[in-house]
Design a protein around this ligand. Sequence first.
Ligand SMILES: Cc1cc2nc3c(=O)[nH]c(=O)nc-3n(C[C@H](O)[C@H](O)[C@H](O)COP(=O)(O)OP(=O)(O)OC[C@H]3O[C@@H](n4cnc5c(N)ncnc54)[C@H](O)[C@@H]3O)c2cc1C
Length: 326
Amino acid sequence: MKSADVIIVGGGPAGSSCAWSLKRQGVDCLVLDKEPFPRSKLCAGWITPEVVEDLELDIASYPHRFLSFKKLHFHFPVIGLSPPTLQHSIRRYEFDAWLLERSAAPIDIHKVQTIRQQGEEYIIDEQYRCSYLIGAGGTRCPVYRELFRKLSPRASKKQIVALEEEFPYDYRNSKCHLWIFDKQLPGYSWYVPKADGYINIGIGAMADKLKTQGGDIKSHWDHLTRKLERKRLVRGHDFKPKGYSYYVRGKAEIFRTGNAFIAGDAAGLATKDMAEGIGPAVKSGLMAADAIVNGAAYDLSGISRKSFDAKRLMLSWLLRRPYSAG
Ligand SMILES: Cc1cc2nc3c(=O)[nH]c(=O)nc-3n(C[C@H](O)[C@H](O)[C@H](O)COP(=O)(O)OP(=O)(O)OC[C@H]3O[C@@H](n4cnc5c(N)ncnc54)[C@H](O)[C@@H]3O)c2cc1C
């Protein structure tokens, strides 16, 4: 049986941030992921300045596609707002693999199925053992399923459904557009350009509200693609979107039991307003490492539940002053 002090299930932003921090502090850890990296991850790839800061990312030396926006273009049903705010886009295919490699943690390609406790240790699939276990396996994380689901069930009201597609496209418009509540969508749709001729198109909505309205995500998707064509943002593309679902932040949840932790999407940490999950995944991964190494409380209440403060955003637009989170 293979053993490590800490085993991290999932090598996405939550898992790789945790591994990066643990390795920097000399902790023996191992990442298990069911897929070899680079792997595809449905995601618009919008990252905030906080993510750049938390990851100590030197933009100039980041070797892959990285595009910065000086404004976001929000389109509400009756008004458009373009507040000045520095935000960025990356491709998850590249970003996640780079982060995982940077962590310098060993990685095994292994799909985790069973977890049991034996004394002070966790035994995974009768093949791995560890003293600390991090569940960073996204929405369907086996650590959440085996150790947390009963303690902290997810609320169906917090579920997001999303459809998206990322593809090479010789775009003419390099702005980031967000359509909020378009056609009563309980969510928003987006057009996010990436550096060097890629774009990401998508739509995300609260599943419960969409169902109550009798709507379906596919018809909203068709509305979005027609609009992109009409606005000449994307022309003549044969769309083949893929779907995924995850959870935004709920009320009180349990994120640690014994020496097992959940982080990122496994813990349902995406923000309530924009369903932004990369930032909370990174923060929680780093905090899990801090809890293990320094005995810090694994208290995620300080991770913001919102991506933007609506009033500050409005003020920054009115005063033409760059928005800052706090
Ligand atoms: C369509 C869409 C658009 C989005 N856009 C944005 C955005 O623009 N900005 C933003 O901040 N957030 C966005 N999000 C949310 C964001 O993608 C997630 O919150 C983020 O990826 C969470 O990171 P994570 O590390 O927790 O999980 P993930 O990135 O999902 O990583 C989990 C890893 O665990 C592995 N894994 C899963 N099960 C197992 C298993 N049984 N055994 C071993 N390994 C396993 C997976 O292979 C995966 O590599 C979007 C989400 C969707 C669906």
